[in-house]
Each structure stands twice: as structure tokens, then as C-alpha cells.
Design a protein around this ligand. Sequence first.
Ligand code: KG4
Ligand code: ZN
Length: 344
Amino acid sequence: MLILGVESSCDETGIALYDSAAGLLYHALHSQVAMHAEYGGVVPELASRDHIRRVVPLLRSTLENAGKSLTDIDAVAYTRGPGLSGALLVGCAFAEALAVALDKPTVPVHHLEGHLLSPLLSKTPPTFPFVALLVSGGHTQLMKVTGIGEYELLGETLDDAAGEAFDKSAKLLGLPYPGGALLSKLAEQGVSGVYKLPRPMLHSGDLDFSFSGLKTAVLTLVREQGEPLAETFRADAARAFQEAIVEVLVKKSLAAMKRTGLKQLVVAGGVGANRQLRATLDDEARRKRFRVYYPELEFCTDNGAMIALAGCLRLQAGAQAKPAGVFAVQPRWPLMDIATGAKV
Ligand code: KG4
Ligand code: ZN
């Protein structure tokens, strides 16, 4: 079974071909980061227009590189939500129209399920059940995953997502959008312990998170310092921020491992690319004797491969592909709406 995957929920256009037997054949990606950078964030209308420009050329290069033709495709999976409505509509209309033309069914996919399952694209994938730490620009959740669609929410952020906190703090430190990865680079030049920032909800006794206070603490630090910010201050503050957020993410993940008794932790979403988070989790995993799985770096942030994979796994798990041509997007869509588990 050959699945075409289409991702267009935010500022990346992703197209991929996933074969149920051979695995990922090829994926192509166009990032709009450079286009949005001058505005300091994603401009939804520009995002939609750029997706329109990119989808067909990306499809062509994917087919060519995979050595496949349109008629080889068995179903078209695309991101139905959550995300920017205009951006989602481009991918959805493209996927549905293509499927009508090919007389093939479609599989609307939940973007977060794509992230959640992306470590399964690795050469050494985890097996069910596992705990998942989903840390993206829009979401921060800890989940118990026992199978496709079997997701139990263990905890989530009450305000900002981890990626959002990275991006907002990066902006405060004078870094361009999207600042998460740049902040983590800057942090590597900083000295640990110069500034001490709060670890929100570290001892709350549950598995929920809150990051808006941490961002405010960075703002206070920046205001105390006054403009222009010295290079050493920016690096030391970035270091302090990263250490605080990583400590909270790691300790809550450890608590989730303890609570569930599971031995595998999967880290997914853009913040999963963070080197300090990975190094600290790897250390803890060695000490506590569990395994941590990360998606390949190229599959940490948005991509079409995880959507094609999620669509394929859904079909293999018995979901019905739907007839093409009737469609809707779902810009707001809690993952738990498609899960069989409830918050514990
Ligand atoms: O998963 P993703 O591509 O988008 C959403 O679905 O939200 O994640 C993007 C987020 C951004 O907030 C970005 O700043 C953050 O992931 N990010 C990082 C790193 N690389 C990307 N945050 C911290 N350290 C990184 N190395
Ligand atoms: Zn994403």
C-alpha cells in the first residue's frame, strides 16, 4: 500500500510517499521560515499562498525521487488539523482534489498524531506501549500510548507550550523568529548558574506544566538589565532559561515513567531537537534503566513523512479511508478527540 502524505498546517509544506512494506520512500519539504522572518512570526495569509506555490513542485520531485507515478498511489493522507485554517485548507483541497482525480480515497490525519508516531520512522523504532513527551510550538503533553489511537493524557501545559516559551524568550533576548533553535545555540555559549529562573509547577504533584511565568521571568531579567543587552548577558540568560525548562520537562517525564511503570519514552515535536533536553534525558534513562527514542532530526519539526506514516498506520489498524471530495479542516482539534483514553 502506497500512501501520499501532505502536511501544510503551519509554515512548512511537506510531501512524502510511504510504502507499508518498504517504509518511507522519499519526502520533500519547503520551510517558509525565511519568508516569515522579517515579520517576526508566521503571517497566516502569506503561509497559505506559499503552500499553494509549493505543493505541486514538491509532489513532482517526491514522485521522481521515489521512482513512482501518480497512479501508484493507493490513498492520500493529509493534515486535517490542528493548525492555521487557511494553510490547512490548501493541503486539504490539494489532497482531496488529487484523490478525486486519481479515484483514490483520503485519510485525514491529526497533526499531533503525526508527531507522536514520527519516532516509528527511525531505524530502531520503539514498540507499544510507551510514554510520549510531545513538545512542539503549540503543544506540550505527556501521554501514555498503548497503540494507534490509544492515547491517555497524563498531563499537559496549562498555558504556553514549551516551543512557544522558547520562541517568546528568544525574542526577548533579541533573536529572530523562530528563536527556539537559535536560543539553544546561544545557551551553549552561556555560563550555568549566573541567573536562576523559576521551575514552574516542578513540585505540583501532577504531570501538568506551566511556562508563561518562566517567560515573564526572562522579561523581568531583560528589563533589569536594560538595553542594549550585553552578549554575555544574552548567553547566560539563554542558558538559565534552557536549564529551567529542560529540568521541568525531564523531571515530569521521569514522574510519568514512574507512574506508568513503562520502560520506553518517546520524545516528539520541534523541541525534541533540543540538545540539552536530549543529553539530560539520555543520562536519566541510563540511570533509571529505560530507553528514550527520538525522531530523526529532520522528522522532529513539521514534515509530510509523519503524516503519510500516521495515515498508513491508521489504515492498517482498521480505519476506513474515506471517499475523496468531501472535506473539512479542523483548526482547533484536541488529540484526545481521536483517542480511546481519557485524562487520568
Ligand atoms: O513541532 P514543530 O515543528 O511545530 C509545531 O507543530 O508546533 O515545533 C516547532 C517548535 C518551535 O517553537 C521551535 O522554536 C522549536 O520547536 N524548536 C526548538 C528547537 N528546534 C525547534 N526548541 C528548542 N530547541 C531546539 N533545538
Ligand atoms: Zn508540528
